[in-house]
Design a protein around this ligand. Structure first.
Ligand code: SOE
Length: 383
């Protein structure tokens, strides 16, 4: 990356689907410029550039990465293309935001994390649920010891956008999406939040994967589905806690219900992504719904991201904007606390491989230790 512009940073977005537009809005709200968009063809790039108000359309992803007016490359394409595009962007010295999964194998994800570190470029993966103020507050409460010892970590991440046998998407096809679908797409968000909030790491898991529908449409007609609609996972952490998570893309009426309860010996902390303006704090004497706001939250992390007075809910797009703003801060030389990097993308890939191995073998699978969490847990590792 050459000299940074004195005005806003300039982002180039590869991919013209739902996530491409979320990234574009976040770029603009963070004071950046969407200088170029690339799609699967020059015509789709032209259409997306007009729809997103981008300065120009690139003829290809490679052309976008090479452009002088792109400081940050956003990769929002089907999963199987992430690794190659990320490699090219690192080689070009660009900062990168790569959608999850960073790669469809832990091996490729590890190579990318190392390559980005060697090149010294900012390389982030949008684990954006970290940027909800209620989530930061929960993390701060755990670090302060207010929850006691988190010993039971449970929850679910449920969606319904594939709750019809006629529904399909490139994610259904393992050649485009990877071996795991529901877990790799949304289960990893839940696991990232759990590890981020508690500072604990999953060391082993046992999983079962299942399908609501054995066939879905493809351009060549109905075909057998190879990826999972849902997964149930039991796990243990390096601090001796136990947990479980249920993940599904076929739960009618559940739109994007990422829910957790992290139960400590002093308090349970619970968050629902569809009701993000409160954090539930349960104690044996009383349970409180803490309103999200700079005056109501009590930890530095919670206050930092609670940008509006309580009662003015911040949502998914706001979290995405907070994430991109922190990426930009990192590009300018800051080190924002809790920025999810390619190391966190690698972590998700390792969890996914353990899940697939466990589901296939019908037995517990170890998860590699991975890198040291950005915030050590206040608790002793053995109980
Ligand atoms: C689709 O399942 C999706 O857009 C995921 O890919 C995102 O990561 C999640 O945040 C919302 O749902």
């Amino acid at each position: 990356m050459g000299t940074l512009p004195s005005a806003g940073l300039r982002s180039g977005i590869i991919g013209t689907g739902f996530m491409g537009s979320v990234h574009a809005h976040a770029v603009r709200a963070s004071g950046g410029l969407v200088s170029a968009v690339a799609g699967s063809s020059p015509a789709s790039a032209e259409r997306a550039a007009a729809a997103l108000g981008a300065a120009s359309a690139a003829t290809s992803a490679e052309e976008l990465i090479a452009r002088d007016d792109v400081d940050v490359v956003h990769i929002c394409t089907p999963n199987a293309t992430h690794a190659e595009l990320a490699r090219t962007a690192i080689d070009a010295g660009k900062a990168i935001v790569c959608e999850k999964p960073l790669a469809t194998s832990a091996h490729d994800a590890a190579e990318l994390a190392e390559q980005a570190e060697r090149a010294g470029v900012v390389a982030a993966v949008p684990f954006v649920y970290r940027f909800y103020p209620a989530v930061r507050e929960a993390r701060g409460l755990v670090a302060r010891g207010d929850a006691g010892r988190p010993w039971l970590l449970h929850g679910s991440y449920l969606q319904d956008w594939l709750a019809s046998p006629e529904a399909t998407n490139w994610r259904v096809d393992p050649r485009a999406g990877g071996t795991s679908r529901a877990f790799a797409d949304i289960g990893v968000h839940w696991c990232d939040l759990m590890e981020f909030v508690t500072g604990q790491r999953i060391v082993r898991l046992v999983a079962s994967t299942s399908r609501a529908f054995e066939e879905r449409p493809t351009p060549a007609g109905p075909a057998a589905v190879a990826t999972e609609d849902g997964a149930t996972v039991l796990f243990e952490t390096d601090h001796g806690a136990a947990g479980s998570v249920v993940v599904s893309q076929v739960s009618p009426g559940r739109k994007n219900r990422l829910w957790f309860s992290f139960d400590g010996t002093e308090a349970s902390l619970s968050f629902d992504q569809e009701q993000p303006d409160t954090l539930w704090v349960g104690r044996t004497g009383a349970a409180t719904r803490v309103a999200v706001g700079p005056d109501t939250l009590t930890t530095d992390g919670g206050r930092r991201y609670a940008r509006l007075p309580a009662g003015h809910p911040l949502g998914y797009q706001d979290s995405f904007t907070a994430f991109v703003a922190d990426v930009y801060a990192a590009v300018r030389g800051d080190a924002p606390d809790g920025l999810p990097t390619f190391r966190d993308g690698l972590r998700a890939a390792q969890l996914t491989e353990a899940l697939v191995a466990s589901a296939r073998g019908g037995s517990w699978a170890d998860v590699p230790a991975g890198h040291v969490p950005s915030q050590p847990s206040p608790l002793s590792p053995s109980i």
